[in-house]
Design a binder for this molecule. Structure first.
Ligand SMILES: [Zn+2]
Length: 687
């Protein structure tokens, strides 16, 4: 019976255990079902023991090429090794150990660990770095650090360091150093850096930047907690100092535009286009940022990671600019401006070009509106922009100002071609209309302007009048045509209007009674005479001059100016061409087109600097008065004569006379068509 009683007793006492055991089996069965069938158990478990951290993955920005595929802006990739606040150990000893191990990997690769502690030397031979401490940032960090660690603000350097050895747990119970001097130093400096730079969950610390993949991988493989890799790219300017005004810059979002960008889904630290094509084509170049999620245990160890959203790279763009032509245009423009200034100084005369210090040269396709070159002088180098910024901004010659698009200039006599078109098209004159230039224009008794040539040009027809740039002829033609009719044609040619180019431009002013009224002045008959020769309020940007000549010589098609040739995928496929767009069609008869071309050919033949040029072109000078004594040199041209392919404009500020703007235009035409300086074909290459 003992056995029975024992057994009963046993059974009786075992009942609660039995229930627990059964429950446990049931639990494991449920668990098994969950794992094997629904798979939710692991999820529930990890929800309790892990957390997920989202890290933005910057998308690649599209790269920029010229029309021939020459790279202008490329991406260069680097990796930053970051310390993450939430996953670094909180235990002092563990933290020191982790930091020392990460630092060791970095140092072994030949790189230095980023630290900001303003202390020089090696303990105990140390001193404050007073140069570093003279900066406000270093001062602020120090102040914050001392406050945080409850250390008096006038603490000496050695005293501080020894205090930190103790506070940071770098001494053992006997006060002996735990680490070797180098390791100890890097731990002190790193911990000072973390505690003084707002290291926080949303503010990781870059322990080493711009590393290669090898070092980044080595750090990750060291198995240290609290570290992750941030991929970066930097924009690399491939042809430094050329086309900077067209290509433009990228940078952090300007403080006053943060709201606007955030609304479009940008992150605070996004890199955006700030000027030139980088800004104009932001929506094409910009990709979409991705998100990677890191799953970590409670100790901050990364258990796994997954891509929540793949980044989408931006598209590459090909500009219409030919970077070699652009370089040549910039070179010859700068050379000519320096030459004009030197000749002006040598002449000993005043207002004879000695003040020439800036200008613009534009090259436009007359058949598509594609901009081939936009040279603005002086200019700057995008690759050293940040370092040069202070001096560039302070330079009175304003190298950051794009004179091709933002500068507006009086066209002077280059405007006479527009007057010609209006007068011919309205039937006011014919190409045979002869007018006698007696120097002083006496139609009005109270306003009698004169021709530029003393004694006048005598009797002229239209082509000769353009050729010699007779003012008298165009006073009379302007008066007969009237300002309203003149402007109707000027508007068709795009004068005083945007060229349509994607970069910021100043559209200038087409002189008119309405404009003068808006300035609270009254239009008088004399204004029409001045407007007809390109003075009065007329003022246009240089690209607009090229664009107007293009419409005049191509038969009236006003193409939208563009700097975008095509876009394609980041990997190179799916090209999308930017087809030429027509902004308007000017009413120009073949007779009028021919008159403009013949007039410009005559002008080319009668102008000292252009008459020896052998290649068939048309050109027209303009000397635009900017003040009583100063003149800008202006020249417009097209080439070749029979079937105009390109139009050009050049302005040299304070360049004294229009002829001074000829050389850079001729040189650029020669470069474009592969000719020598005189416009003759280059000798055949025997190779
Ligand atoms: Zn004259």
């Amino acid at each position: 019976m003992t056995g029975t009683s024992k057994k009963r007793k046993f059974n009786f006492r075992a009942l609660p255990l039995y229930i627990i055991f059964t429950a446990a089996i049931l639990f494991f069965i449920v668990k098994l079902v969950n794992i094997q069938i629904t798979g939710t158990d692991r999820y529930i478990k990890t929800m309790a023991l892990t957390r997920e951290r989202e890290v933005a993955v910057q998308s690649l920005r599209g790269e920029i090429f010229d029309r021939n595929g020459t790279p202008l802006v490329k991406n260069e990739y680097t990796e930053d090794v970051m310390l993450d606040y939430q996953s670094l150990p909180t235990d002092q000893t563990e933290l020191n150990e982790t930091l020392s191990r990460i630092a060791a990997v970095i140092t072994q690769s030949g790189r230095q660990v980023n630290t900001v502690m303003p202390v020089t030397g090696v303990y105990p031979h140390i001193a404050y770095d007073n140069e570093e401490l003279s900066t406000q940032t270093a001062k602020n960090r120090m102040y914050r650090f001392l406050l945080y660690h409850n250390i008096r603000s006038d603490v000496g350097c050695l005293e501080l360091y020894e205090q930190l050895l103790e506070d940071f747990g770098l001494l053992d119970g006997e006060g002996e150093h735990i680490y070797d001097p180098d390791t100890e130093d890097v731990i002190v400096r790193l911990r000072y850096s973390l505690d003084s730079t707002d290291f926080a969950p949303d503010n990781p610390y870059k322990i080493v930047g711009d590393t290669d993949l090898k070092l980044a991988t080595a750090v990750l493989e060291s198995g240290c907690r609290g570290v992750y890799i941030k991929k970066n790219y930097t924009r690399v300017i491939c042809v430094p100092g050329v086309g900077s005004n067209v290509i433009g810059r990228v940078g952090k979002i300007p403080a006053d535009r943060v709201g606007e960008y955030l609304a479009k889904g940008y992150s605070y630290d996004a890199v955006v286009g700030l000027s030139g094509a980088e800004a104009a084509f932001e929506d094409i170049l910009r990709g979409e940022d991705g998100v990677t999620v890191y799953v970590e245990d409670t100790y901050g160890n990364v258990i796994s990671s997954y891509v929540k959203k793949e980044p989408v790279p931006g598209k590459n763009i090909y500009l219409t600019i030919d970077i070699e032509l652009q370089a040549e245009a910039e070179r010859v423009l700068g050379e000519q401006i320096r030459k004009v200034a030197a000749a002006g100084r040598a002449s000993g005369m005043e207002d004879n070009g000695e003040k020439a210090d800036s200008g613009a040269l534009t090259v436009l396709s007359a058949k598509t509106g594609q901009v081939l070159a936009l040279a603005s002088y002086p200019t700057y180098d995008l690759s050293t922009f940040s370092e040069d910024y202070a001096s560039l901004a302070a330079d009175p010659a304003k190298p950051l100002f794009d004179r091709c698009l933002s500068g507006t200039y009086q066209p002077g006599s280059t405007f006479k071609l527009a007057t010609t078109i209006a007068a011919l098209m309205s039937g006011t004159i014919t190409t045979d209309t002869r007018i006698y230039d007696s120097w002083k224009y006496t139609y009005y008794s109270d306003y009698q302007p004169t021709c530029w040539r003393a004694g006048g040009h005598g009797e002229l027809d239209l082509i000769d009048a353009i050729g010699v740039s007779c003012n008298y002829y165009f006073y009379e033609v302007g008066r007969l045509t009237g300002i309203e009719t003149m402007n109707r044609y000027c508007r068709m040619l795009g004068l005083g209007d945007y060229t349509g180019v994607e970069l910021p431009e100043n559209k200038g002013v087409l002189a008119s009674p309405e404009y003068k009224e808006s300035m609270n002045k009254t239009w008088v008959p004399g204004d029409t005479l001045q407007a007809a020769i390109g003075q009065s309020d007329n003022s246009f940007n240089p690209l607009q001059l090229s664009s107007y000549i293009a419409a005049a010589v191509n038969g009236g098609t006003r193409y939208k100016a563009t700097v975008l040739l095509k876009t394609c995928n980041y990997s190179g496929g799916e090209e999308q061409f930017n087809a030429p767009q027509v902004l308007g069609t000017a009413e120009i008869s073949q007779t009028a087109v021919s008159a403009v071309k013949r007039g410009m050919k005559r002008s080319k033949e009668l102008t000292s600097t252009t008459k020896y040029y052998q290649f068939p072109i048309g050109s027209k000078t303009g000397t635009a008065q900017t003040s009583k004594t100063n003149n800008n040199a202006v020249l417009v041209a097209f080439a070749p004569y029979d079937d105009p392919e390109i139009t050009l404009s050049c302005v040299i500020e304070n360049g004294a006379s229009g002829v001074n703007a000829a050389a850079p235009v001729l040189n650029t035409i020669s470069y474009y068509f592969g000719l020598d300086a005189n416009g003759n074909p280059l000798p055949e290459n025997k190779d």
